[in-house]
Design a protein around this ligand. Sequence first.
Ligand code: SME
Length: 165
Amino acid sequence: MFTAQSISAATKPDFYSELETQLGALLAGETDEIANAANTAALLFHSLPRLNWAGFYFLRSGEELVLGPFQGKPACVRIAVGRGVCGAAVARKTSVLVQDVRAFPDHIACDPVSRSELVVPLIRQGRVIGVLDLDSPDVNRFDRDDQTGVERLADIYMERSIGSA
Ligand code: SME
């Protein structure tokens, strides 16, 4: 059985480095992308402080994101590419860091408690297949160190997971 270790890192990059090690161990030997997404969401939700939602959306039919495994309150199921923070990350093919969702006019408020958001696209062979989305109840919760760290965690998820999404 995998047991998440509490992380007592001195710096945020060290914290993410330890979390990368934990995620690699958690996903070791498993390639199912849904199972791996579920465990990745659970690890992030329970390891990263000040989150109210952590989860995945997968691109369907090339034009719409559909809700995948997550931790947190029930969420919007379908998001069109280009809409919301998630759809913007797909359209731009880059991470989108929103310090205050009230200043992002197209933000989709699945949970009105969310105040800042980090969305990282999942890219396979140059194509976006989905996003990893983190929400926080705090304004300015995420910085560039978080973005870099979560991008590396998303890379580990993608390296380990083979699927049809
Ligand atoms: N806020 C997101 C929608 C997904 S929820 O945060 C889980 C957006 O604007 O795309």
